[in-house]
Ligand binder design. Structure first.
Ligand code: S3P
Length: 172
């Protein structure tokens, strides 16, 4: 089967769902952020701080290209992978895409512990709340997440329900 890519904003559950789905299907889980860290030899927040987002996005594209065409894997992508049209084209052509959604307040709660190491959430302006930042990043991306082959809102769902829903769709 073509690779199964999980797309969605930070905190929508890509890593958690990816791990459980990979186990359920008996496929390896490839986490694009982990692959980017391996390729760059430094943490994501260091890539952003030292080399900037543009360099991060170039590495992200290369790593996506490397893995998108591999069959029988679960690919957990980073939340911004859909920002580039080249990436959207690769995902459309080669992957079965599962889009994970969650309400902004749920996302804020999930990422609040580690927002300091998330470069796009760690530089809030004076008076800007985490939820406001999430909303302003999320809104322009939503139409792209919604282009997925299967969409799941993880806000109120247990992991077992999510995996059952995905497996049910995959077996059709
Ligand atoms: C990003 C999401 C992060 C990571 C990087 C940029 C984004 O991945 O790739 O910080 O642009 O939304 P996760 O969605 O896995 O946290």
């Amino acid at each position: 089967m073509q690779s199964i890519a999980l797309i969605g904003f930070m905190g929508t559950g890509k890593s958690t769902v990816g791990k459980a789905l990979a186990e359920a299907l008996g496929y390896p889980l490839i986490d694009l952020d982990t692959e980017i860290v391996r390729t760059a030899g430094m943490a994501i927040d260091d890539i952003f701080a030292r080399q900037g987002e543009a360099v991060f996005r170039q590495i992200e594209h290369q790593v996506l290209l490397k893995w998108a065409m591999t069959e029988n894997i679960v690919l957990a992508t980073g939340g911004g992978v859909i920002k580039q049209e080249e990436n959207r084209a690769v995902l459309r052509e080669h992957c079965y895409c599962i889009g994970l959604l969650a309400r902004p307040e749920v996302i804020a709660q999930r990422v609040s512990q580690d927002s300091a190491v998330r470069p796009l959430l760690s530089d809030l302006a004076v008076g800007e709340s985490l939820e406001q930042r999430i909303n302003s990043l999320l809104e322009p991306r939503l139409p792209y997440y919604r282009q997925a082959d299967l969409l799941i809102d993880t806000s109120n769902k247990k992991i077992e329900e999510i995996i059952a829903e995905i497996c049910c769709q995959l077996s059709r």
